[in-house]
Design a protein. Sequence first.
Length: 339
Amino acid sequence: MRVLGIESSCDETGVALYDSERGLLAHAVHTQVAMHEAYGGVVPELASRDHVRRLIPLLERVLTEAGSPLDQIDAIAYTAGPGLAGALLAGASFAEALGQALAVPVLPVHHLEGHLLSPLLAADAPEFPFIALLVSGGHTQLMCVSGVGKYELLGESLDDAAGEAFDKTAKLLGLGYPGGPALAQLAVSGQPGRVRLPRPMLHSGDFSFSFSGLKTAVLTLVRDGLPAGVRDADLAAEFQEAVTEVLAAKALAACRQRRLFRLVVAGGVGANRRLRQRLDAALAGVGGRVFYPEIELCTDNGAMIAFCGAQRLLQGKGAAEDRRGGFAVRPRWPLDQLS
């Protein structure tokens, strides 16, 4: 079975073709970073229009690389939410129209479920059940995953997600867009501990996160002036230490509580090297292991959507939601509502 995946939830347009027997045949992503950089963040209307421009060329590229004509597609999966409403509609309408033309099933897929299952695309994939840490620009969540569609929310961010805190802190330091990778790069030349930032909710006794106060602590330091001898790179390094320490501690605590020492990490922040170092060390210390998607699949992409759609079809789950005729997108869509 061959499933075409369409991703357009924010500022990346992704198209991919997944074969249930041969694996990922081809995928392509267009990022809008250069377009949004001048504005310091994503402009929803511009993002939506750009998705419309990119989808057909990306589809043609993927089909050519896969050596697969359109009539060999058995189903189409697209991101129905969460995300920017206009951007989601661009991908949804394209997928639904193509599905009508090809007379194949069309499945709306949850964006975060795609991220959650993306490590299963790796050659050395984890087995169910596992604990999952979802860390992206808009979401920080810990889940217990028993199988496809079987997700239990253990805890999530009460305010800013980790990726959002990275981006906002980078902006305070005058770094470019996207800020997260720029801050991580600056932190390489810094020395953590030259200033001390809080580790919010580190000892809260639950699996909730809060990074808004951490961002405010950085704002205060920048506004009042850094202590003598402390550089922006030192502040970036300390901020990164604070975020990754909290994420690693909470993830390890979740693994211990559930006695599951397979940890899956997904989402764009999962590419952060310091976070990977901390998580690998934490799980190795209890005889566990961390599983990551390929680096190119950490950010938004069509491959994870195609794979997610294929898994649902193979397990007879059909669409990711009851569509009741027609189609719609869901800019807000809790992952634990899936079945």
